[in-house]
Design a binder for this molecule. Structure first.
Ligand code: UDP
Length: 519
């Protein structure tokens, strides 16, 4: 148990000690820059980042923390041990380069909340019961983390949206709380409008279309596609109410986004929600620009991709959370094969399904022989694959990071949303940006995909041909390339995201000075 005993920092390493327990020692030695920065602590911003433990939330927030550190901020990331180990190499390298960044680990109370020992990531929760227990676990962490806030004396807390209680913590400390949202402005604007006007409640059937009021584009959806359409879990419903309330009452919101992508919705968001926001993306591309030490040099998938013509390969992935039922895996396998295009497909196995195992093994073998397809099991180096010249398009579940990464790589998209905000992101890609085609999913099903296939093989093959066929895709490709170029410019000096970061850091520094004068 961590208490409020002062934290001892060892400045020769990234080790942080609480109550004589050491976490994550590292052999790195800070450069003179780091020591110099720490010599003037009164001028340096001290910011805590609190990521939610699941890859889609953690990856962009840790990269944002690294970005802050690279711009002179003293940064502490609070996270659980196994999650810390997924990014520790990158932050250690930053630290060795002289940036003031460290990790503070807190153990996750899995057993205490009734989860199997070792569960630390939301992605390991496979049932609604596990999800509810996991969310309770993050609430149990509150006391420990608040003690850390007191000890670390931050000037600002950047917190994942899923820690609404940090609103109160920041208020107690008299510091700004920045709400970190890892999705599109479009999704928030659409959700706000639907919750306010409730156009979906006036329909005769859940599969009928309604138009979302007050948006700059005509956007149609059906109630079945809304995450909120079937309020079955009152714990989660109440929880999300507090999340949205904490958004409205935060100092501002940080988006992994760039102005040129959805400027209309950025403006609409600010005027309807009425709070400040900063678009600082694409963050992963920014922070990893120039050097990445996790790049594969010689691996089987890379050799396979190297053997393919430019823009000839489709990348198929459903992010870190979704699992497809067996019937859907079968349809997808046939659909990809029938499309005639080469593909790399990332598959997360469903535990204990023998049928599925033998089907997929046979399919993998067949694809190896025909050289048409390559299967990556469980986890792929997505950024590296998307940026490879042989990759020409993506099938995605419309998780925001995957969309942003595809846009940066200039790739047309087949949209295959499954749950949460993904159906909104689909509309942004298809109707607003016009850089993708929908595969035709009709219903939002919160992670439990059921037993049936949501999409048939013919629809899959048709959508793939539309984004991979030279003629069919030419306009989409032109548009997404333009956005990809704009993304790269936005993170250069003078670019929109770069300016936003400078402006945000200046504002936080002014608040720090005002607070110091007040004290
Ligand atoms: N990702 C990856 N390899 C995989 C699956 C996902 O590197 O096999 C990364 C992907 O690049 C993205 C994040 O994990 O940065 C997934 O976030 P997204 O918002 O797309 O979806 P989520 O996993 O949250 O549903």
């Amino acid at each position: 148990m961590i208490t409020s005993e002062p934290i001892k920092r060892d400045h020769r390493s990234q080790t942080t000690t609480v109550n004589n327990i050491s976490f994550f020692s590292s052999s790195c030695v800070p450069s003179e820059t780091a020591i110099a920065m720490e010599a003037e602590p009164q001028h340096q911003l001290n910011v805590i980042f609190l990521p939610f433990p699941t890859p889609g939330h953690m990856i962009p927030m840790v990269d944002t923390a690294r970005l802050f550190a690279k711009h002179g901020v003293s940064v502490t990331i609070i996270i659980t041990p196994a999650n810390a180990s997924t990014f520790q190499k990158a932050t250690d390298t930053d630290f060795r380069c002289g940036y003031n960044i460290r990790t503070q680990v807190v153990p996750f109370p899995a057993v205490q909340v009734g989860l199997p020992d070792g569960v630390e990531s939301f992605k390991d929760c496979t049932s609604p019961e596990m999800i509810e227990k996991f969310m309770h676990g993050t609430l149990v962490l509150k006391d420990q983390i608040e003690l850390l806030f007191q000890d670390l004396k931050p000037d600002c807390i950047v917190t994942d949206m899923l820690y609404p209680w940090t609103l109160e913590s920041a208020t107690k400390l008299g510091i700004p709380r920045l709400y970190y949202y890892s999705s599109s402005y479009f999704s928030t604007c659409a959700r706000h409008s639907i919750m306010k006007h409730k156009p979906h409640e006036r329909l005769l059937s859940d599969s009928h279309k309604f138009t979302i009021p007050g948006l700059p584009h005509r956007i149609e959806m059906t109630p079945l596609q809304l995450a909120e359409w079937k309020p079955t879990n009152s714990f989660l419903n109440d929880f999300f109410e507090t999340v949205y309330e904490s958004e409205r009452r935060s100092y501002g919101v940080v988006y992994n986004n760039f102005h040129e992508l959805e400027g209309d919705y950025e403006q609409l968001y600010r005027s309807t929600v009425g709070i400040k926001s900063w678009s600082l993306g694409p963050i992963s591309a920014w922070v990893n620009r120039g050097h990445r030490d996790d790049l594969a040099q010689d691996s089987e998938w890379l050799n396979w991709l190297n053997s393919k013509q430019n823009e000839s390969v489709l990348y198929v992935s459903f992010g870190s959370l979704a699992r497809l039922p067996h019937a859907q895996l079968v349809e997808l396998a046939h659909g990809l094969e029938h499309s005639g295009h080469s593909f790399i497909w990332v598959i997360r196995k469903n535990d204990g399904n023998e049928n599925e195992f033998s089907f997929l093994q046979e399919f993998e073998q067949k694809m190896k022989e025909s050289k048409k397809g390559y299967i990556i099991w469980n986890w792929a180096p997505q950024l590296q694959i998307l940026e490879h010249p042989a990759t020409g398009g993506i099938v995605t579940h419309c998780g925001w990071n995957s969309i942003l990464e595809s846009v940066c790589a200039g790739l047309p998209i087949v949209t295959w949303p499954m749950f949460a905000d993904q159906f909104y992101n689909e509309r942004l890609v298809v109707d607003v940006l016009k850089i993708g085609v929908p595969v035709g999913v009709k219903e939002n099903k919160w992670r439990s995909m059921g037993e049936d296939a949501a999409v048939g093989r013919e629809e899959i093959a048709k959508a793939v041909k539309l984004i991979m066929g030279k003629e069919e895709r030419s306009e989409m490709k032109m548009r997404v390339r333009k956005l990809g170029d704009a993304a790269k410019k936005s993170i250069e000096e003078g670019g929109s995201s770069c300016n936003n970061l400078m402006q945000l850091l200046d504002e936080l520094k002014s608040l720090k000075i005002t607070r110091a004068r007040g004290n």
